[in-house]
Design a protein around this ligand. Structure first.
Ligand code: FES
Length: 154
């Protein structure tokens, strides 16, 4: 992603530059009082609410995994799996094996629970985020109060 021209719509906010980051391919910030994480993974940029919709955990600090073709972040608290591109929560179903025991089954989505935002990297390397605040989502409950103790550090 890269553009020198801001797109129309709500305001774009400067978050920082990765080369100035002490946290690798992540930037964390507070935009309009909302805790946001920008994650760069394999050439793609994602912006997502930092605080987990489930119980306020530090989702923005979670490990990245590929699930069913989606780049996901895994919450460090209860291991919920959330797609970075659209905020869907994924879980792995179960199937009954021939001996009656449950075995891992297909991955399924319960739909979007975590809010994602628009993000772009401009020519000077700056990362900008435009908040996407349409509708209501589960992550709105914790978006302004990081009970996880998430420290904002770029
Ligand atoms: Fe429970 Fe994130 S707080 S999975």
């Amino acid at each position: 992603m890269g553009s020198s021209e801001p797109e129309p719509g709500p305001a774009w906010h400067f978050v920082g530059k990765f080369e100035e980051s002490t946290t690798g391919d992540r930037l964390h910030g507070v935009l309009g009082g909302r805790y946001i994480s920008v994650i760069r993974h394999e050439g793609s940029l994602f912006a997502i609410d930092s605080v987990c919709f489930h119980a306020g955990g530090p989702l923005g600090l979670g490990d990245i995994e590929d699930v069913n073709g989606h780049t996901c972040v895994v919450c460090p608290w209860h291991y919920y799996v959330v797609a970075l591109d659209n905020g869907e929560k994924w879980y792995q179903g179960t199937v009954q094996g021939p001996d009656g025991k449950l075995l891992p089954g297909a991955w399924k989505s319960v739909g979007q629970r975590q809010r994602t935002h628009h993000v772009q990297q401009r020519e000077d390397g700056g990362i900008w985020v435009q908040l996407n605040l349409e509708g209501q989502l589960a992550s709105d409950e914790y978006a302004y109060k990081p009970e996880c103790g998430l420290r904002i550090q770029t």
